[in-house]
Design a protein around this ligand. Structure first.
Ligand code: HEC
Ligand code: HEC
Length: 379
């Protein structure tokens, strides 16, 4: 209990010592459907005759949310159709842009750009992408969408089905024409078959089914097997003293109020005084709610897999992780030291990572078109 000793001097009110059955997996994070196999250290906990294991946490242990009904018993054929559509540039006006252009597994499900670049910029994805259609906002990394009540930086979409159609038809993203998209897909026998298998109740190539398949696929990007998850489930040896110290400072500085465990995000919208970009007007959540009090407010996004989300903030003005953390600490209006920045960054970076369920690039897509590429050697 080496680590425990280092943290127990904390104010009692802030410290929760959680006892977890040493070999029980009942408290383990992870959704029943997906299980926690492969979670670091989740297998073979060992334990001495079932005696409880102590872990120190600065907050009450909250279990990972259950998989909602909409993600249960989804036909595999629907998920696979969504997978292919996610990578297939057939849906875009220039036949070179797909969801993966801006949400690539090579860039941790983002694009490594400060702000996204839409169609007519060629096949290249990633930070080198340049083109005429420059978006105002940073591409999010798409983890744990299945648990979300609202989507987008502003909370402006409620479901993944609704959200999928936004980039598809947005004139600066993929700029698809609904009739053309359906005609293009219907002309490819493999897609017709795949839609039939994916939607036995309504075997047709429709925009609705297309959105449903993309949504089903995106619900599989779950991140629940980080070192923190395994630690919280009863493996105290998995986090170093510095990482635990960083976790406690994260809580002391109030970060968990908005980036709340276990997802390290919340449906909180706040104005974090992120520097503006010259020439870009962005009123944030006000553009969705119409309320002036929401001006400049954006969603408290997840800190899981944070490294992938660089450059940071809604407009990509936070260049390095330490700088983004420092900016957020400044917003807390409490005194802090360089050591706080270092330790909090370490905690987030090292212990909240789990990218096992990122998208997997198919060898080819049914249209036969080349899949948008990342610069060689980008990962
Ligand atoms: C040109 C780049 C681009 C393309 C292409 C693109 N996206 Fe995005 N995506 C973005 C940006 C930028 C945002 C944030 C927009 C906002 O919040 O205003 C976003 C947001 C999202 C979100 C919300 C994530 C969150 O955390 O709230 C989802 C889901 C998503 N995109 C899925 C898709 C799907 C599915 C496709 C293909 C049909 C797609 N995207 C195509 C750039 C892109
Ligand atoms: C009042 C709610 C709130 C609190 C408290 C808060 N944040 Fe945030 N955080 C946000 C919001 C909202 C954003 C998005 C801001 C934007 O892009 O304009 C954000 C963004 C971030 C980002 C960038 C994420 C990305 O992917 O771009 C980091 C890193 C971050 N916060 C860390 C922290 C840390 C560390 C603390 C504690 C010092 C903290 N936050 C406290 C609401 C909060």
């Amino acid at each position: 209990m080496h680590q425990l000793v280092t943290v127990l001097y904390r104010i009692a009110a802030l410290t929760f010592v959680v006892f977890v059955g040493a070999c029980g997996d009942s408290e383990a994070p992870g959704t029943p459907a997906l299980g926690a196999a492969g979670t670091p250290g989740m297998d073979g906990t060992g334990g001495s005759g079932g005696s409880p294991t102590e872990v120190a946490l600065p907050w009450p242990l909250t279990e990972f949310p259950e998989l909602p009904d909409i993600a249960k018993d989804v036909p595999e054929a629907r998920i696979e159709l969504g997978h292919l559509l996610f990578f297939d540039p057939i849906l875009s006006i220039d036949k070179q842009t797909a969801c993966v252009t801006c949400h690539s597994e090579q860039w941790g499900m983002g694009d490594g750009l400060a702000r996204a670049v839409g169609h007519s910029a060629g096949l290249l994805a990633g930070p080198g992408r340049r083109g005429p259609n420059n978006l105002r906002r940073n591409s999010p990394i798409l983890y744990n969408l299945v648990f979300r009540e609202s989507l987008l930086w502003t909370g402006g979409a409620a479901t993944l089905e609704e959200q999928a159609l936004i980039p598809l038809f947005a004139s600066d993203e993929m700029s698809a024409d609904p009739d053309q998209a359906i005609a293009d897909l219907s002309a490819i026998p493999e897609y017709v078959d795949r839609f039939t298998d994916a939607f036995p109740e309504d075997p047709s190539v429709t925009i609705e089914n297309l959105a449903s398949a993309l949504a089903a696929y995106q619900r599989t990007f779950i991140s629940d097997g980080s070192i923190y998850d395994a630690y919280a489930a009863g493996r105290p040896e998995l986090m170093t003293d510095d990482e635990i110290e960083g976790m406690f400072r994260f809580a002391e500085m109030g970060c968990d109020g908005c980036h709340s465990p276990p997802l390290f995000e919340s449906e909180t919208f706040a104005n974090r005084n992120v520097p503006e970009v010259e020439g870009i007007v962005d009123h944030g959540r006000e553009e969705f709610t119409g309320l002036e009090q929401d001006r400049g407010k954006f969603r408290a996004v997840t800190l899981r897999n944070l490294r992938n989300s660089e450059p940071y903030f809604h407009n990509g003005t936070g260049i390095k992780m330490e700088n983004a953390v420092r900016h957020e600490l400044e917003q807390s209006r409490m005194p802090f030291t360089d050591d706080d920045v270092r330790l909090i960054t370490l905690f987030i970076d090292k212990t909240l990572r789990d990218e096992r369920r990122e998208a997997i690039r198919p060898a080819s897509v049914p249209s036969g078109l080349p899949i948008p590429v990342d610069p060689p050697g980008s990962r």
